[in-house]
Design a protein around this ligand. Structure first.
Ligand code: F3S
Length: 754
C-alpha cells in the first residue's frame, strides 16, 4: 500500500557517497543528524553551513498531511498549477472525529458531519497522486511510523508532531501547509540550519519508568523554548536498548520543547520494527548501510565536541514523571507529586485517565497499560477514575483486540475511542465540561495547554506514561505513587500494584483486516474536485494582494497579547477545526484566546474607531472594512505549539500587516513570512512596555527592506507623543520576495505560469 521501496533504495544508493563527501568537506566526523541533513540538500554543499545562521534548501523525501491542515495545504497546492505531486505524499483523516460515546458511533457521526471535507480530500488526493488514509485508519504519526518512515530519510508534515518519525531514524519536521505545498510542487524547502543538542542516555529503563519519562525529564530541563532551532539527537546504551516506538514517543514530544525535530541512529530496535510492520526489504537495505545511518563513532565517544549542547540522563535512576498542569515542561517526579500538588493547591482527585494518541499508542504501550488493568480484577480493585483508550491505528487496534487487551480494558469500564486524535486535539465532547469546574485529568498525550483536551480552562491536565496514567486512574488520585504506595481493595485489603510488563512487538505479529488506505488514480487528469461555492467548510482561495511598495503607515494596534500566546490562542482548535478549509469562516476565531495586556481579558479589545470594547475578530473586521491595517504585538515564543498556518493566514486575510513580538516560535514565524506578513521582533525587548492601547504605528524603511537590516517603528501615542523603536527580522532575500509578492504562493504560481 504504501511505502515506496524504489525511493528508499535511491536514497540509500547515494547516501554513502554523499556522507563521505560531506565528511571530507567539513573535515571532521559527522553526527547522524548532519548526515541526513547534508544528504538531503537540494544542491551539494560547497561549505559547512553555519548552524543557527544559514538558511539552506532541502529536498525532503516525503510529505504527510492530516485532514485539518491538509485542506488548506491542498487548497494552496491546487493554486500551484501542477498535475501531480512531485514527491510521495499522503493525507490522513484523524483530526475531525469527535470522541464522545465510543469508536463506532463517533466514527459514523464524523463521516456524516464531515463528509464534504473527507470527499474533498479523497478527490484531491485521487487527482494529484496522493495516498489517502480514510477516517478510522489511524492517527497520522502512528500510520507514518508503521508504513512510511525509514532510517536516514527526510520528511515534512503539516502537523507539529510529524517529528514522531524520528523514532525510526528520520529527520521529520512539522511545517505549515504552505511549506507542504512548495515541496509537493517540487520546489526546495528552506530551513535555517539547526543547532544540535545531544542527549546521551546511559543505563536502561526499568520497572515503572518508560520512554515517556525520558522526554518528560528533558522537557523539564529544556523548557518549552529550550529546543528552539535545534535538532535533538539521542544516543547511548539507553537509546539502543529502547523500543523503536518508545523512541517515537520521545521524538514526538520533542515538539513540546520547541525542537525542530529529534532523531535516533539506526539500531536493532528499528530493524525489528521494520520487519514486524512488513518492511523486511527496507530493514535489509538499511542493514547494508547501517554504519552510515548513525553518527560516526568519534561523535558519540566525544559528544561535547560535536553538539552545541549536551544533556546526559541516567535511565537507571530516572523516575516516572508527571508534567503539568497547563504546560508540558512543568516536570514533577512522581515521588514529589504529593508535596508539589499540596503546595500549589492542585485538585488531586483524578476524574479521567486517557491513554493512547499519536504519542503513546504502540503495541508496547498498550500491553504495559493492560498489565495494570489486569491487576484491577486480580487484586479485587475498582478503577476510581473514568478511563479511555485512543488507539493510534487500525493495525494497533485490530491487533490489541485480537490479543484480548480490549477485553481487559472493557472489564475495568474503559471506553475505546476511534483511531483518531479525539481528546488530544480538543475533539472530546466531555460530559459536564461546559460547567467549567476545577478538575484533574491525566493523559499520555503530548500537550496540556489550558482548554486543550475538553475546552474547560479549569481542567488541570497532567502528562504521564500510559502505565502511570493507568495506575493513577485506578487509584483515582494524582498523589498516588505506584512505586511505593498501596491501595485498599473492595474487600478492605491492602494491595500493591506490580510494576508494568509488556511486549515490544506482538508475538503473533500485527494483523489488520482493512487498514483504510486508498491509492490514487494512476492518471488523475479526469478526476473532478468539487467545492460548493455555498459551502461553510471549504472555500477556494483568492491570492493575497502584493505589497503596495511603500512604508506601512497608520496601523492600529489590534491587540498587545500578554504572556503565552500559542497557535491555540491565535487560531483555536476544538470546534473550529471544522472550518479549516474555509478561511473566512475560521477567521472568526482569530486571537480569541490571547490575553489583552490592558485588561487581562481574552477576546476583549478596544476598537480605536469607536472606543468600545469587543471581540478581536469583529474589531479587526471593522478596521478592514475601513481600509485600515493593523499590528499585533506579542510576548516571548509567540506562536509556539502547532504548525497550523491558519494562525498566519487569518490575520493576513483580515488585514493585519505586522506581528511584532519579543520572540517567535520557528514554524509560526516562517508561516507568517509565507503568507506575506511582516514578522518582526523587538530589538530591545523592553520596548514591549512602550506599546500603549491606542497606539497607531508606522513601519519605516520597507523600501530598503534587506536581510539583517532592522526596521524602524514609530509609535504614535494618543497623548500626541511618539516613540521610535527598532525591530529586527530574520528575512532572507527570498523571503523578502515573498513579502513583496504578497505571499510565497503568488511566486510559485508565477513560476509555473511562466
Ligand atoms: Fe493528533 Fe494529538 Fe497527535 S492531535 S496528531 S493525536 S498530537
Amino acid at each position: 500500500m504504501a511505502f515506496d521501496l524504489d525511493l528508499i533504495k535511491k536514497v540509500y544508493s547515494e547516501f554513502e557517497q554523499k556522507v563521505n563527501d560531506v565528511r571530507q568537506l567539513l573535515g571532521r566526523p559527522l553526527t547522524f543528524t548532519e548526515k541526513i541533513l547534508y544528504a538531503h540538500l537540494t544542491n551539494p554543499a560547497t561549505r559547512a553551513y553555519d548552524r543557527g545562521v544559514d538558511y539552506v534548501d532541502f529536498a525532503p523525501d516525503r510529505v504527510a498531511m492530516q485532514d485539518a491542515t491538509a485542506q488548506m495545504a491542498l487548497l494552496q497546492f491546487m493554486q500551484a498549477g501542477r498535475s501531480k505531486v512531485a514527491v510521495p505524499s499522503t493525507v490522513h483523516c484523524d483530526h475531525l472525529i469527535m470522541a464522545e460515546t465510543g469508536a463506532e458511533a463517533d466514527l459514523r457521526q464524523a463521516k456524516t458531519e464531515s463528509k464534504e471535507v473527507f470527499d474533498f480530500l479523497a478527490s484531491v488526493s485521487n487527482k494529484y497522486g496522493i495516498g489517502f488514509w480514510k477516517p478510522g485508519a489511524g492517527i497520522i504519526h502512528q500510520v507514518v511510523l508503521e508504513n512510511y518512515a525509514f532510517p536516514g530519510g527526510m520528511m515534512i508534515g503539516t502537523d507539529s508532531h510529524t517529528v514522531n518519525a524520528g523514532g525510526l531514524g528520520m529527520v521529520a519536521i512539522g511545517v505549515g501547509g504552505a511549506d507542504a505545498c512548495d515541496v509537493m510542487a517540487g520546489l526546495p524547502w528552506e530551513l535555517k540550519m539547526p543547532k544540535l543538542i545531544g542527549v546521551k542516555l546511559t543505563g536502561k529503563l526499568n520497572g515503572w519508568t518508560a520512554p515517556k519519562d525520558v522526554i518528560l525529564k528533558v522537557a523539564g530541563i529544556l523548557t518549552v523554548k529550550g529546543g528552539t532551532g535545534c535538532i535533538v539527537e539521542y544516543f547511548g546504551e539507553g537509546a539502543t536498548s529502547m523500543s523503536c516506538t518508545g523512541k517515537g514517543t520521545i521524538c514526538n514530544m520533542g515538539a513540546e520543547i520547541g525542537a525542530t525535530t529529534s532523531t535516533f541512529g539506526y539500531d536493532d530496535s528499528m530493524s525489528r520494527y521494520l520487519k514486524a510492520t512488513g518492511r523486511e526489504e527496507i530493514a535489509a537495505a538499511a542493514d547494508a548501510i547501517a554504519q552510515h545511518l548513525t553518527a560516526d563513532p568519534e561523535v558519540y565517544a566525544n559528544p561535547e565536541q560535536y553538539f552545541d549542547q549536551l544533556i546526559e540522563i541516567n535511565l537507571d535512576e530516572l523516575e516516572p514523571h508527571l508534567n503539568g498542569p497547563f504546560t508540558p515542561d512543568l516536570a514533577t517526579p512522581i515521588s514529589k507529586m504529593k508535596e508539589v500538588a499540596a503546595a500549589n493547591d492542585w485538585p488531586t482527585k483524578i476524574e479521567v485517565g486517557l491513554i493512547g494518541s499519536c504519542t503513546n499508542s504502540s503495541y508496547e504501550d498498550i500491553s504495559r497499560a493492560v498489565s495494570l488493568a489486569k491487576q484491577v480484577n486480580e487484586k479485587g480493585l475498582k478503577t476510581k477514575a473514568e478511563f479511555t483508550i485512543t488507539p493510534g491505528s487500525e493495525q494497533v487496534r485490530y491487533t490489541i483486540e485480537r490479543d484480548g487487551f480490549l477485553d481487559t480494558f472493557d472489564k475495568i469500564g474503559a471506553t475505546v475511542f476511534a483511531n483518531a486524535c479525539g481528546p488530544c486535539i480538543g475533539m472530546w465532547n466531555r460530559v459536564g465540561a461546559e460547567k467549567k469546574e476545577k478538575n484533574t485529568i491525566v493523559h499520555s498525550f503530548n500537550r496540556n495547554f489550558a482548554k486543550r483536551a475538553d475546552g474547560n480552562p479549569n481542567t488541570y491536565a497532567f502528562v504521564a506514561s500510559p502505565e502511570v496514567v493507568t495506575a493513577l486512574a485506578i487509584a483515582g488520585d494524582l498523589t498516588f505513587n505506584p512505586l511505593t504506595d498501596t491501595l485498599i481493595n473492595e474487600k478492605g485489603e491492602t494491595v500493591k500494584l506490580d510494576p508494568p510488563t509488556g511486549e515490544e512487538l506482538p508475538s503473533r505479529g500485527f494483523a489488520v483486516d482493512d487498514p483504510g488506505f486508498q491509492a490514487p488514480a494512476a492518471d488523475g487528469s479526469g478526476v473532478q474536485v468539487i467545492v460548493d461555492p455555498a459551502s461553510k467548510r471549504l472555500q477556494l482561495l483568492d491570492p493575497f494582494a502584493p505589497w503596495e511598495g511603500t512604508d506601512l503607515k497608520g496601523l492600529k494596534l489590534l491587540i498587545k497579547a500578554k504572556g503565552k500566546c500559542t497557535t491555540d490562542h491565535i487560531s483555536m482548535a476544538g470546534p473550529w477545526l471544522k472550518f479549516r478549509g474555509h478561511l473566512d469562516n475560521i477567521s472568526n476565531n482569530m486571537l480569541i484566546g490571547a490575553v489583552n495586556f490592558f485588561n487581562d481579558k481574552t477576546d476583549n479589545i478596544k476598537n480605536q474607531l469607536t472606543g468600545e470594547y469587543g471581540p478581536v475578530p469583529a474589531t479587526q473586521r471593522a478596521y478592514k472594512a475601513a481600509g485600515i491595517g493593523s499590528i499585533v504585538v506579542g510576548d516571548e515564543n509567540y506562536g509556539e505549539g502547532s504548525s497550523r498556518e491558519h494562525a498566519a493566514m487569518e490575520p493576513r486575510h483580515l488585514g493585519v500587516r505586522v506581528v511584532l513580538v519579543k520572540s517567535f516560535a520557528r514554524i509560526h514565524e516562517t508561516n507568517l513570512k509565507k503568507q506575506g506578513m511582516l514578522a518582526l521582533t523587538f530589538a530591545d525587548k523592553d520596548d514591549y512596555e512602550k506599546i500603549q492601547e491606542d497606539d497607531v504605528v508606522d513601519i519605516m524603511g520597507l523600501t530598503g527592506f534587506a536581510p539583517g537590516k532592522p526596521l524602524t517603528l514609530v509609535l504614535h501615542h494618543s497623548d500626541g507623543t511618539t516613540d521610535n523603536i527598532q525591530a529586527n527580522h530574520t528575512y532572507n532575500d527570498q523571503q523578502i520576495e515573498w513579502f513583496k509578492a504578497g505571499g510565497a504562493l503568488n511566486i510559485i504560481r508565477r513560476e509555473f505560469a511562466a
